[in-house]
Design a protein around this ligand. Structure first.
Ligand code: PEP
Length: 253
């Protein structure tokens, strides 16, 4: 596992200001687990409010438009989420790829725009069940990443990759340890090929897909797993902190 596991909560389209108390509780408790890097990506409407509450945790956005500004009704740019207090942005989530038809090329443009705005990136990738069953999951994910990884020389320093098999998201199913290990190794090899041994070797690779306080420790102990991207279990401080504790324990074992 990475020196400091990165545990990121993705609130998706959940949360009004009543949920600020959960963010505050997560932030205060995270101060007891300094060996774990904890972050939250609330909906865009809450970025600024959560940012104002947070003393310890990192705050990010769940998406951004590739353009800087202009006639794009309903969209927000990377500079806007940065202005609201975001330090990173999740890009290429399967719910954006599937629900909004986002291509690898568009995701690459968004990444470039987010890097230009000074943000860190969590780039998501992952196969559907048919691809996994066909035995081509690793080829599919490597192709996804190859088409969207930024060419910018120092991009690796601000990049995190999240492997999230689509069939494991919100389903209660997790990928097997062997499959997670093999996929993370394939991703690592691609990162090293793209950014060189040193920089490509340091990019954190998260696992996401039904991570909870019961399975976190085991998943985080798998080689090359540098943390977790967490959806459903990040919505309450109690559940999310269980994962942070699991990460902290995995560090000590
Ligand atoms: C996600 O959507 O990024 C995710 C991992 O969701 P969940 O933890 O609910 O499976």
């Amino acid at each position: 596992m990475a020196e400091r596991p990165y545990i990121v909560g993705n609130w998706k389209m959940n949360g009004t200001r009543t949920m600020l108390s959960e963010a505050r509780a997560i932030d205060r408790a995270a101060q007891r687990y300094m060996k774990v890097e904890v972050a939250l990506a609330p909906p865009a409407t809450l970025i600024h409010a959560v940012h104002k509450e947070a003393e310890q945790i990192g705050i990010g956005a769940q998406d951004c438009h590739p353009g800087e500004f202009g006639a794009h009704t309903g969209d927000v740019s990377a500079a806007m989420v940065a202005d609201a207090g975001a330090k990173f942005v999740i890009l290429g989530h399967s719910e954006r790829r599937g629900g909004h038809g986002e291509s690898n090329a568009l995701i690459k443009q968004k990444i470039e725009s987010a890097l230009a705005a000074g943000l860190r990136i969590i780039l998501c990738c992952g196969e559907d069940l048919a691809t996994r069953d066909a035995g081509s999951a690793e080829d599919f994910v490597v192709e996804q990443l190859t088409a969207s990884l930024p060419d910018i020389a120092d991009a690796a320093e601000r990049l995190t990759v999240a492997y999230e098999p689509i069939w494991a998201i919100g389903t209660g199913r997790t990928a097997g340890a062997g499959d997670i290990a093999a996929m993370h190794e394939a991703i690592r090899a691609l990162l090293v090929k793209t950014y060189g041994k040193q920089q490509g070797g340091e990019v954190r690779i998260l696992y996401g897909g039904s991570v909870n306080s019961d399975n976190a420790r085991e998943i985080l102990a798998i080689g090359e797993v540098g943390g977790a991207l967490v959806g459903g279990a990040s919505l309450t401080a109690e559940n999310f902190l269980g994962i942070v504790v699991g990460a902290s324990e995995a560090m000590e074992s």
